[in-house]
Design a protein around this ligand. Structure first.
Ligand SMILES: [Zn+2]
Length: 195
């Protein structure tokens, strides 16, 4: 279920196929990854293909995917990534301002070519990670074109070699300054009061 490359710190956990049929788009991208140059890379390419339940749902990590929560508790990654996929109809709900009002979580930012970046569910962000840990959620389109694939694959490679949250934010600020400024602002708006 969980695949391990390398050893030592930092410990990175990448997950995909978190619910429903999204594994059809996302799982193989994790399976294709090569070992990191340093530290550990743990892969859970298909968390669950059971009927869709949002990671924002209070039951997601406890009841729907307890094996994922167990892996987080066991391996204590300091770098945690979720790779999701979305259909065209969901784009507005994921990126719109209404997301904060409706669900109490920051909107996803469109980085490039329909690859969206956001925070992971508050159900795990606060309780199982420290403020300095990197927790990032990517959404990629279902049926991605070549450009979307190329963007998400380079981002996965960046996080795979990443040492810290600061290192990732620095990379993103260099390559996607405007998007990153908004993402950091969103992050602080939601999580700032926790720290
Ligand atoms: Zn998803």
């Amino acid at each position: 279920m969980i695949q391990q490359y390398g050893s030592g710190e930092p410990v990175r956990l990448f997950t995909a196929g978190l619910h429903g049929d999204e594994w059809e788009t996302t799982s193989r991208l994790l399976e294709q990854l090569s070992p990191p140059r340093t530290g550990t890379l743990l892969l859970m390419p298909k968390v669950s293909d059971n009927e869709y339940l949002s990671t924002l749902d209070r039951d997601y990590y406890t009841t729907y995917a307890p094996h994922l929560l167990r892996a987080i508790k066991t391996y204590r990654p300091t770098i945690y990534l979720e790779l999701h996929s979305y259909s065209k109809e969901s784009y507005a709900a994921l990126t719109g301002d209404g997301r904060f009002e409706r669900y109490g979580v920051p909107a996803y930012i469109d980085i490039e070519a329909g690859i969206l970046m956001g925070s992971v569910s508050p159900r795990i962000r606060k309780d199982f990670f420290t403020p300095n840990d990197l927790c990032v959620s990517f959404e990629m389109p279902k049926g991605p074109n070549e450009q979307s694939l190329s963007v998400i694959c380079s981002l996965l490679d960046v996080v795979k070699e990443c040492w810290s949250r600061q290192g990732f934010v620095a990379y993103m600020s260099r390559h996607y300054p405007q998007q990153t400024a908004v993402a950091v602002k969103n992050y602080l708006r939601f999580y700032g009061h926790l720290y």
